[in-house]
Design a protein around this ligand. Structure first.
Ligand code: G4F
Length: 347
């Protein structure tokens, strides 16, 4: 049977990596992209042109998972055999500012996709849902695995929890092959610039080039389990190839602080950072130039994070044979070097 993938949120970090992987595997790829007033297909446009030159099917559609009719139209057009849902309001802090929109996309959007799948997708079509460590929020245990209790602590996390359960419900009730990938933070040079890792590398590269003075951050002692996005994409595909649909925690099992990320990245960028002051007054000074390059801005603080989000991915290792390879140090280096090159190139 011809493999036809439909990817929502195709122009994001994960969508673009998955597109490349599936094209390599010979899939026809169809993607849904939200229309915006600015061209926003930067991460996939080159791939699309190359795929078309090779005669491969790679189609993009304007659509939105908050619009049922657009989903139905696209489903009947491309008749997918696998659906990967990355469409989301993906920023935790912004979900406090746009809670209803976040819920409509991150919760109801998933329900709409599953309903459209029941009526319009081909028999045996499989579904992947981009679930998240934010389901655990203030869970009482660290590390978390598939059996850890959920305690989301943001409109983002609560909406994703609905999505998690509706996927599980459709699997149990209708027998749909649908999986939740409960992914911890996954980063790359393609990460959006308002997530902390990319904000750090992009800003440090700009400071280095004299195009920005200071990097302003919230809680730099926050800890995260950061992996390399491209490796996390492979396991999403593996989930859908496994005969038994299931839910999996995907993580490195290691946490690091934002501060450690800054220290490693700034060393690669050629700064020699030392910290002074405490709390909101804390600053990072480059010893070489004497300039302050990092400051704290309470605007970026989040509600207190009591639990350390650190994942135990042993089920994915056991069942799917997956484990992460890229270390934290390699990830920081890859991202920092990519942004130094980007800024240097003047793009
Ligand atoms: O990079 P972040 O914004 O990622 P966050 O909130 O952990 O969420 C990301 O990962 C989740 C798990 O995979 C996804 F579900 C979600 O969609 C998203 O991809 O923040 C990471 C940490 C937080 O503790 C935050 O408080 O960095 C801290 N932080 C400190 N200063 C900051 C900043 N985060 C941002 N975005 N900006 C800051 O200035």
């Amino acid at each position: 049977m011809r493999k036809i993938a439909l990817i929502t949120g195709i122009n994001g970090q994960d969508g673009s990596y998955l597109t490349e992987l599936l094209l390599e595997k010979g899939y026809d790829v169809h993607g849904i992209d939200r229309r915006s007033s600015q061209f926003n297909r930067g991460r996939i446009e080159d791939t699309r042109q190359e795929a078309q030159k090779r005669g491969q099917v790679f189609e993009l559609y304007y659509g939105d998972i908050s619009d049922f009719s657009s989903i139905c139209r696209i489903f009947s057009n491309c008749k997918p055999t696998e659906i990967y849902n990355f469409a989301s309001q993906s920023h935790v802090a912004i979900s406090f500012e746009e809670p209803a929109h976040t819920t409509d996309v991150n919760a109801n959007g998933v329900l709409r996709l599953l309903e459209a799948m029941r009526y319009f997708a081909v028999e045996g079509c499989r579904f992947y849902q981009a679930s998240t460590s934010e389901l655990f929020g203030n869970a009482p245990e660290t590390p978390q695995n598939e059996n850890s209790p959920f305690h989301p602590r943001s409109p983002y996390g609560v909406a994703k929890l609905y999505a998690y359960w509706i996927v599980k419900n459709y699997r149990e009730h209708y027998g749909i092959h649908a999986c939740n990938g409960i992914l911890y933070n996954h980063e790359s040079p393609r990460r959006g610039e308002n997530f902390v890792t990319r904000k750090i590398t992009y800003s440090l590269a700009r400071i280095k080039a004299g195009r920005q003075d200071v990097l302003k951050l919230g809680n730099i002692d926050a800890q995260r389990d950061w992996g390399f996005a491209k490796e996390y994409i492979e396991v999403m595909w593996k989930m859908l190839q496994n005969e038994q649909a299931d839910d999996y925690v995907i993580a490195t099992g290691e946490t690091h602080t934002v501060r450690e990320f800054i220290e490693k990245a700034s060393a690669i960028a050629g700064f020699d950072i030392e910290w002074e002051g405490k709390g909101v007054e804390e600053k990072g000074r480059d010893k070489k130039s004497g300039n302050i390059i990092v400051e704290i801005d309470p605007k970026f603080y989040r509600p207190e994070e009591k639990t350390i989000l650190c994942g135990d991915a042993s089920k994915a290792k056991r069942v799917l044979g997956w484990k992460p390879k890229t270390t934290f140090g390699q990830l920081v280096e890859m991202m920092m070097k990519a942004d130094l090159e980007l800024i240097d190139s003047g793009k």
